[in-house]
Design a protein around this ligand. Structure first.
Ligand code: ADP
Ligand code: MG
Length: 588
């Protein structure tokens, strides 16, 4: 007797449920997607006990007649595809015909539905695959599916459910994704009778983001759009100061479907390179529209992953669109002040604000070095200030800008609508980095012969790394030659890095090449080298600058492509807007 048997249909459904119905949130997602496919304009989701007791999704979509209601919960039943050719170019969220059957195999279901043409509504109940008959009832057009006591006959799976709060967190996440992709729908989410969200379909996506997350996030998004080769991209890009420690805040939608894709994440990361520190992740909402035939959704049971037929085009277009916008936008970090204070702290805040207002009344305007030093001497133990003015020549009246260097590290300068504090090292690093990148892309860096060659010793591995990267070293304008056993000498060094010590630079370069040259492509390696070079050649913190040096720095800042962040992504500038200052000093 053979051992192999054919499983009965309910077993098949229960196994399928293992893939599709991971937890209550998966049920919420599948039911909401069915509502959207049914053309609903309003969806109400009601949850009890994190979805363990009840998940109910009600919509005003096209509804089902009695026959469809009877077959919807059978496995492999769908109205969305008919032939194999339909799999190429799926425009609906669902198509597998598995969700309702899977859900009905692991919970108690009650579904009520009415089409607009039928005189009455119908309902059906199913208890873990045990299906009752369809019977008439009264209800409005649309469909309501209630799912009770999920996994109650599968104690092993029920045991794995987390606390109501955790499960509700997952449900809210799915609700959020669907709400972002469908800002034209009225959407409501209740938990244990309490309303968590009531979103109006008249909102635009920014208002929706403000309600789903916070007004702060919504206000710090930069919009950009591109439309080429049948690919439409709309993105809301978070400013670097609202970045996160993980990539949860990257919402990518493909024709209304939330997806995760490593190529798209890579394009986003590349677009922000240099505007964010490496361990930070940007907040991004990316909406991609492309022909349904250009990708395959039939690769993952929950369809969170898809397969693109032309990944390179997608990657380069996203990267281009996002990067162009980010480079063209001033991304200065805004100084943050506490938004709301309780009355105690408010009083204290008020006192500080008053004292500061008084101070500035007395010691304003700071115009000359002498005046500033005499004023500052009274208040600071060790005054280390340098102050000056920069005259910007512009069409029309000349604009006078004041600035001062504090603690030999930061430059405070007036801006059109407030003032900025600049980290002199970080800004100079960015300026040198951009300069280096520009020059090296058009040829090799100009170099200068050293009067006396500087020699250093190497291990064999280091010598190999140097040989392997000879071309890169030459492009940098560094002339190296063997100088005895295990010894090399630097004969020429790039002029632009005049401030760096050749030997010190060579050591760091060799370390970097030995560590990284194997793992990085040529472009990234060059970028790392330029980063390192810029850091070495830049003005240091603690270095006193003359007025003309500061003027030069501020003028270079105006010309830089991305002056707001250093090449490692740390901010170079913090801005204090006049509006915020007035608010803090209680002038408004
Ligand atoms: P799929 O969505 O992959 O087709 P489902 O099991 O989710 O499979 O649903 C089966 C069918 O039931 C759908 O194809 C659709 O015709 C019908 N259906 C499900 N939910 C709804 C709804 N809310 N309104 C109208 N029809 C629905
Ligand atoms: Mg479905």
């Amino acid at each position: 007797m053979g051992q192999i048997v054919t499983l009965d249909q309910n077993m098949v459904n229960m196994i399928a449920a293992g893939e599709v119905v991971e937890r209550p949130a998966s049920v919420v997602k599948e039911l909401m997607e069915n509502s959207i496919d049914a053309g609903a304009t309003k969806i109400t989701v009601s949850i009890e006990d994190g979805g363990r007791r009840l998940i109910s999704v009600a919509d005003n979509g096209c509804g089902m007649d009695a026959d469809d209601l009877a077959s919807a919960f059978e496995s492999h039943t769908t109205s969305k595809i008919k032939r194999s050719c339909d799999l190429r170019g799926i425009s609906t969220l669902g198509f597998r015909g598995e969700a309702l059957a899977s859900i009905a195999s692991v919970a108690q279901i009650k579904a009520v539905s009415k089409t607009k043409d039928s005189p009455g509504a119908n309902c059906i109940e199913i208890d873990c695959g045990d299906k009752g008959s369809v019977s008439p009832c009264s209800a409005d057009c649309g469909t309501t599916v209630q799912v009770r006591d999920i996994f109650y006959k599968l104690p092993a799976r029920r045991k794995f459910l987390k606390t109501a709060n955790t499960e509700m967190g997952h449900i809210t996440e799915h609700f959020t994704r669907i709400a972002l992709a469908n800002s034209n729908l009225d959407m409501i989410l209740h938990h244990n009778g309490r309303e968590l969200y009531q979103l109006s379909g008249k909102q635009d996506v920014r208002q929706r983001i403000a309600e789903l997350f916070s007004p702060e996030i919504s206000e710090n998004l930069i919009a950009t759009e591109s439309n080429e080769k049948g690919l439409h991209i709309f993105a809301l890009l978070g400013r670097p100061d609202i970045s996160r420690t993980n990539n949860k805040f990257q919402y990518v939608f493909l024709n209304g479907r939330f997806i995760r894709d490593k190529f798209i994440s890579h394009a986003i990361r590349e677009a922000y390179r240099g505007s964010l520190e490496p361990n930070r992740f940007p907040v991004v909402f990316l909406f991609i529209q492309m022909p349904y035939e250009d990708y395959d959704v039939n690769v993952h049971p929950t369809k969170i992953e898809v397969r693109f037929y032309n990944t390179n085009l997608l990657h380069s277009q996203i990267l281009g669109c996002l990067r162009e916008k980010l480079l063209g936008t001033k991304l200065e970090t805004e100084a943050r002040f506490p938004a709301a204070m309780d009355s105690d702290r408010l009083n204290r805040g008020q006192k500080i604000a008053d004292a500061m207002a008084e101070f500035f009344k007395k010691y304003r305007p700071i115009q000359t070095q002498q005046q500033l030093s005499s004023a500052s001497k009274k208040h600071f133990a060790a005054p280390r200030f340098s102050a000056g003015q920069i005259i910007e020549s512009q069409a029309g009246p000349q604009l006078q800008r004041e600035f001062l260097q504090i603690h030999d590290s930061f430059i405070v300068a007036e801006a059109d609508d407030g003032f900025i504090i600049i980290d002199q090292h970080a800004l100079h690093e960015r300026i040198i980095y951009e300069n280096l990148s520009r020059r090296i892309r058009t040829g090799k860096l100009e170099s200068q012969k050293l009067l006396i060659p500087e020699s250093f010793q190497l291990t064999d591995a280091q010598a190999d790394a140097l040989k392997a990267n000879a071309e890169l070293i030459e492009r940098l304008g560094i002339e190296l030659a063997p100088f005895g056993p295990k010894t090399y000498a630097i004969h020429a060094f790039p002029t632009i890095l005049a401030k760096a010590e050749p030997l010190d630079f060579a050591h760091d370069l060799i370390d970097l090449l030995t560590d990284k040259s194997a793992g990085l492509d040529a472009e990234r390696l060059l970028d790392e080298v330029l980063n390192m070079a810029a850091c070495k050649a830049a003005i240091k913190a603690g270095q006193k600058l003359s007025d003309s040096e500061i003027k030069q720095l501020l003028a270079d800042r105006e010309r830089a492509e991305c002056s707001s962040h250093c090449p490692h992504g740390r901010p170079t500038t913090i801005k204090f807007s006049a509006v915020e200052l007035e608010k803090q000093f209680k002038r408004t």
